[in-house]
Design a protein around this ligand. Structure first.
Ligand SMILES: NC(=O)c1ccc[n+]([C@@H]2O[C@H](COP(=O)([O-])OP(=O)(O)OC[C@H]3O[C@@H](n4cnc5c(N)ncnc54)[C@H](OP(=O)(O)O)[C@@H]3O)[C@@H](O)[C@H]2O)c1
Length: 289
């Protein structure tokens, strides 16, 4: 890490989450001081793994903030050189999408940006990792208020878990190897959480970084995912048929062109990401073979 960045203070929102935990680990390792927001600073289950990270004792500060409370990110972003905004509900089961997903993503993004626009220092970069509406709102805010925005748009994120809660990508793998009778007729882009964290940090550190970055090592259909797992773990009973009898959703390619400009020549291969996910699921007690 270049010495010029060592003493910088950065803010990260949604600190207890899967992707964010890795971003914080990387930022601490690179010498940054990190202000990290969580909804409940006293919830040990969500914060213990953060407090235990190397460098956390001196350089990690946990602050309380909720996406839906206007102004509550003011203190966290004040004086920071950069804000990594990654807090957003990631839910599969919901009854009210507007209240549970869209409002926290869009209003929350605008709340964080509102706090950034009040804070003098936050002018260089601001990162959103959120859904389309939140991203659109962020770009509009960026144009209107002159705050520089960079977005990182990963595919399905898998790889080792630092936090104790299951995340959506690891859950997809867990379902496949935990007796699901079928695999979904879906083709997803897959990327390792460590690459996602690195892309965030490089998007801040590389002066020429700009715009949107799509991030996926490979797009594969779930049938192919099952084949890869079967090759690596022949003893695991895996689903052998698709959930529907329609033609398989076709695969596609995700360009590496732009992410290479950040200096990321190769992403971690899907096979490694799957293995790391399964090892982590075992270590965290979600699997017992
Ligand atoms: N995982 C993926 O495959 C994937 C793929 C593409 C994009 N993304 C994006 O990456 C980001 C992080 O995803 P993740 O997988 O790391 O999710 P995660 O583990 O569920 O973390 C989400 C974080 O958002 C916080 N959050 C949710 N609602 C909040 C609210 N109202 N106020 C404040 N914080 C709130 C949560 O905090 P609490 O602990 O307080 O609930 C949690 O720390 C999200 O923006 C997601 O859309 C993820």
């Amino acid at each position: 890490m270049e010495s010029g960045k060592k003493k910088q203070v950065v803010c990260v929102t949604g600190a207890s989450g899967y992707v964010v935990s890795w971003i914080i680990k990387l930022l601490l390792a690179r010498g940054y001081t990190v202000r990290a927001t969580v909804r409940d600073t006293d919830d040990a289950e969500k914060t213990a793994h953060l407090r235990a990270m190397d460098g956390a004792e001196d350089r990690l500060h946990l602050l309380k903030a909720d996406l839906l409370q206007e102004g509550c990110f003011d203190a966290a972003v004040h004086g920071c050189d950069c804000v990594f905004h990654t807090a957003s509900p990631v839910l599969q089961n919901f009854t009210d999408p507007q209240a549970q997903l869209i409002d926290p993503a869009v209003k929350g993004t605008l709340n964080v940006l509102g706090s950034c626009s009040k804070a003098e220092a936050v002018k260089r970069r601001w990162y959103a990792l959120s859904k389309t509406l939140a991203e659109e709102a962020a770009w509009k805010f960026s144009n209107d208020y002159g705050i520089e925005v960079i977005t990182i748009n990963p595919g399905w994120v898998i790889g080792p878990l630092l936090q104790h809660k299951l995340n959506i990508g690891a859950e997809a793998i867990l379902k496949l190897i935990n007796g699901a009778p079928t695999y979904p007729n879906l083709c997803n882009e897959w990327v390792n959480v460590k690459d996602v964290a690195m892309a965030h940090v490089l998007a801040y550190e590389v002066p020429s970084a700009n715009g949107r970055y799509c991030l996926a090592e490979r797009a594969v259909h779930h049938s192919e995912l099952v084949r890869i797992i079967n090759d690596m773990y022949p003893s695991i009973l895996l689903p052998d048929r698709c959930a529907d009898d329609k033609p398989f959703v076709p695969s596609f390619q995700v360009s590496m062109g732009k992410i290479r400009s950040l200096g990321m020549e190769q992403l971690i291969p899907l096979e490694t990401s799957i293995k790391e996910t399964i090892d982590s699921l075992k270590e965290k007690g979600f699997l017992s073979f």
